[in-house]
Every structure is written in structure tokens, then in C-alpha cells.
Design a protein around this ligand. Structure first.
Ligand code: SAH
Ligand code: SF4
Ligand code: F3S
Length: 442
């Protein structure tokens, strides 16, 4: 084993875990390579939140039937993440050429499992139900040196009726505040400019450890380390406290952007989803947010075609999305997940009906996104540049505080490396639905 390649599906938690997998393999002496074919070890970090994510993994792993890599060596295939956790041994029956299956709680054991698979020429499966460790304590190989994912909780206790996550990530557990701050201080010392605090529901941070939620304190403590940009995801509307809104409004390091999944605008559907809030209370929360943070950028998640969703229910969803003036919405057609209560609910919505609603929703989201972008024209925004756009190597790409993608054409004689990993003022000259364009403010 000399080289590895990690493929990541799913959410930010998986991205964080993949950076740990890469860090572990690197400290074991392996080297990362950009192509699957060149790797001695291929690790898939998988997601099963919706059916298409599930199927993509199977397709990709099945296509790797050739067990030799481009250099003629034996290729070891490991499957981790949420499908690993959920399916364990079953996965080996479906994909017998897989060498290691590991779960979401035992990332640290991956090097040992790979070694055992190689030594005994026998597939290894290890799935733990729970763990007491946080993967953050493992070595990391970060995608960008200036950005870090910092989990503050793992798992989820909410059991939304459609969702597989609590079944594959376990119960919610918070990390000690001191640990989080110590990690933030380390990251600051390494020159990290932006951290994203992670949890399935960051707003309930601390409930298990301290008896009541203390998320606002986490934001303040991380800001005090001097990290210039703090982001976080995800916020469950039922748990977002006024203390957090105040902190967002008052602490400059906390970026003016919030991801607040609404899922549906219909009170009947929200109740069936087990979300514990109503359309009216979501809209009231959104208004309080805009009152405190007038320039807030807001994104949301929406599921259309939940079992029993009627035309009238869907109209409520369109209304809540338009009234919330969202900057972005991640829209999904409901996908039944075996083992969740919604999968066996009556009145599953036909695919064509869901698709038609989905298309109408996307239109409303586009309109709202453009409306939120236009007011930025003429303003100067500090942009953290990540590199160039994938489509145009002369087009710098970065993010504004409001999490907007900002494009700036490179001047002659300039290179992307002059900007990557720096926060630079940009004058915005154009607003499109999904990005802003500007020029370096000199
Ligand atoms: N903890 C986060 C992320 C959950 S998964 C949260 O609560 O927001 C990300 C999104 O996937 C969810 O917000 C939901 O919109 C969507 N999702 C989850 N399960 C789904 C399912 N069975 N079908 C369709 N979309 C789903
Ligand atoms: Fe899933 Fe709901 Fe937990 Fe989010 S809050 S991970 S949607 S169960
Ligand atoms: Fe997917 Fe697991 Fe995240 S199921 S959304 S990768 S927690």
C-alpha cells in the first residue's frame, strides 16, 4: 500500500470525516493521488440520506471490479460513511470485491482494518454502535489550508420521520466547550481564516453535557480566538434561541448567513414530519432574524412530495419560501428510506406530481435568489478566494460574508495563487441568480 484516493458523498460531516481518513492514511505513510485508477487504496465515504446517493455508490463501487490499479498492483477498496454504518456485512454480499467496510464511529481503525484485509486476504467489517471519541482529534489533511470543519455535536435526536441520519450517526453528543476552543486556537495558529461549526442541529449544542443549550457561547468563544470567519450548519428552527440571534447580530466574526431548513410550509406535513414547529412560527422566527440582522442571507432545505402532501399543502410551501426571501434553497423530492416511519405512511405522492411541484418550487427559489443578490451591486465585499472557477482558469472564485459565490477576472500578469487563501475587497458590479461578479477594489 503506497497511495490512496478518497471519494466523498453526502454532507459536510462526511467531508470532515474524509479529511480525517486522508490525514490518517497520510500519517501511515501513504500518499494521496488524484485519480482512483492510480490508487492502492480507494476509500468511499458514503451517504444514504436519499435513494440516488445510495445508488451512485453501488454503481461506482461495482465499476471498480478490476482489483488491480493502473500500476498492476492489488487495489484495496474500503467503504465507510453512512452506508457502511447502515449495511455492514450486507454490503459485502452485494459487492464481494470490497475489502473493508467501516462505520461512522470507527474511522480511527481504518488503517488497521486495511492492513488486516491485506495480510489475511480476507474482507474486514467493523461497525460500532457508538463511540466516545470525536474524529476531530485525529490528524487531518484539509482540502483548503485556510478552512476547517469543526464538529461541535455528532448524531441527531430529532428523528424527523423521513430521515435516516439518526439511524446511521447515532444519538446526539456534544463536544466539551474547552475541546472546541482548544481546536479553534490550534487552527488559528495554523492560519485558518474560516471555520464551519458542524452538527445535525447545532442549536441544541450542550443540552446533553450541560443540561441546557449553549450554542451562542460556542460562537462567542470561537470568535474570541481571533478566527476571522465563523460559519455553522445546521440550525433546526425549533431550537434557534434569541441568544444565538443576538450573537449573530453582535459578533463580527459570525458571518451573516444562516441555513435554516423549513422542509415544508404546511402545518399538517410538518406535524407528519415530526418537525415540532408550524409555518407561522417559522415565519415569525425569520422576521425576528431579519429585524436583528437586516442583511441576513438565508438558505433552506425543502422536501416536496412528502406522503399525504396535497396541492394546498404545497401552496403553503411555496408561500413560506417566497415570504422568507431565501437566498438559496436545497430542494429535494421525497425519497422513502427503509426503516423510517414516513416510508410506510399512506398516500405516497406519485413521482410526476412531485416533479411538477418541484419545478414550480425551483422557479420561486430562483426569483428569490436573484432578488437577494441585486442589492449587492455597487457594494464592496471582503471575499475569501478559494482559487479559480472550474470552467474558466482566469476567473477567480471566492465567497463573500453572505456566502455568495463571487467571481473576479484575473488581470493580466496575475495568477490565482496571488489571491487563493486571502480575504480581499471586491467591488460588486453584477448580480446573477447564483453568483456575484466584481473587480478587485483598489
Ligand atoms: N441535519 C440536517 C441535515 C439533514 S440531511 C438538517 O436537519 O437539516 C439534509 C437534507 O436532506 C434535509 O434537510 C432534508 O431536506 C433532506 N432529506 C433528508 N431525508 C430525506 C428524504 N428521505 N427524502 C428527501 N429528502 C430528504
Ligand atoms: Fe435528519 Fe431531522 Fe436530524 Fe436533520 S434534524 S438530521 S433532518 S432527523
Ligand atoms: Fe448523508 Fe450521512 Fe450526511 S446519510 S447527509 S452523509 S450524515
Amino acid at each position: 500500500m503506497q497511495t490512496f484516493h478518497v471519494r466523498t458523498f453526502g454532507c459536510q460531516m462526511n467531508k470532515h470525516d474524509s479529511e480525517r481518513v486522508a490525514g490518517l492514511l497520510r500519517s501511515d505513510g501513504l500518499e494521496a493521488v488524484p485519480y482512483v485508477d492510480d490508487a492502492d487504496v480507494v476509500v468511499y465515504m458514503t451517504c444514504c440520506v436519499r435513494e440516488n446517493a445510495d445508488e451512485r455508490l453501488r454503481g461506482q463501487v461495482a465499476s471498480l471490479k478490476a482489483v488491480k490499479n493502473a500500476r498492476g498492483g492489488r487495489q484495496l477498496i474500503a467503504v465507510g460513511g453512512c452506508i457502511g454504518q447502515r449495511d455492514g456485512e450486507i454490503l459485502l454480499r452485494q459487492l464481494p470485491h470490497v475489502d473493508v467496510v467501516f462505520g461512522t464511529h470507527n474511522i480511527a481503525h481504518l488503517p488497521a482494518l486495511l492492513e488486516a484485509a491485506e495480510r489475511h486476504r480476507k474482507p474486514q467489517v467493523e461497525i460500532l454502535e457508538e463511540s466516545t471519541d470525536f474524529a476531530s482529534d485525529l490528524p487531518a489533511e484539509r482540502e483548503h489550508p485556510w478552512h476547517a470543519w469543526v464538529p461541535i455535536t455528532v448524531g441527531c435526536d430529532n428523528f424527523c420521520s423521513y430521515c435516516i441520519v439518526p439511524h446511521v450517526r447515532g444519538r446526539e453528543r456534544s463536544r466539551e466547550l474547552d475541546d472546541i476552543v482548544a481546536e479553534a486556537e490550534r487552527l488559528r495558529a495554523e492560519g485558518v481564516l474560516e471555520v464551519t461549526l458542524l452538527g445535525q442541529n447545532v442549536n441544541s449544542y450542550g443540552r446533553d453535557l450541560y443540561g441546557s443549550p449553549r450554542f451562542a457561547e460556542v460562537l462567542e468563544a470561537v470568535a474570541a480566538t481571533g478566527i476571522p470567519r465563523i460559519r455553522f450548519a445546521t440550525s433546526h428552527p425549533k431550537d434557534l434561541l434569541d441568544a444565538t440571534i443576538r450573537t449573530m447580530a453582535n459578533v463580527a466574526e459570525v458571518m451573516p448567513y444562516l441555513h435554516l431548513p423549513v422542509q415544508s410550509g404546511s402545518n399538517d406535513v410538518l406535524a407528519a414530519m415530526n418537525r415540532h414547529y408550524a409555518k407561522e412560527s417559522y415565519l415569525d422566527l425569520v422576521e425576528r432574524l431579519y429585524d436583528a440582522i437586516p442583511d441576513l442571507a438565508l438558505s433552506t432545505d425543502v422536501i416536496v412530495g412528502f406522503p399525504g402532501e396535497t396541492d394546498a399543502d404545497f401552496e403553503d410551501t411555496l408561500d413560506v419560501v417566497a415570504t422568507s426571501r431565501v437566498d438559496q434553497a436545497f430542494t429535494f423530492i421525497y425519497s422513502p428510506r427503509a426503516g423510517t416511519p414516513a416510508a410506510t405512511m399512506p398516500d405516497q405522492v406519485p413521482r410526476e406530481v412531485a416533479q411538477e411541484r418541484f419545478d414550480r418550487l425551483v422557479e420561486v427559489v430562483h426569483r428569490s435568489a436573484l432578488e437577494k443578490n441585486v442589492p449587492f451591486v455597487g457594494s464592496v465585499q471582503p471575499v475569501l478566494f478559494a482559487g479559480t472557477s472550474k470552467r474558466d482558469r482566469r476567473m477567480l472564485s471566492g465567497r463573500s460574508p453572505h456566502n455568495k459565490v463571487v467571481h473576479v477576472a484575473l488581470a493580466e500578469g496575475e495568477e490565482a495563487a496571488d489571491y487563493a487563501g486571502r480575504i480581499v475587497d471586491v467591488r460588486i458590479i453584477e448580480a446573477q441568480t447564483w453568483f456575484l461578479a466584481g473587480e478587485i477594489a483598489r
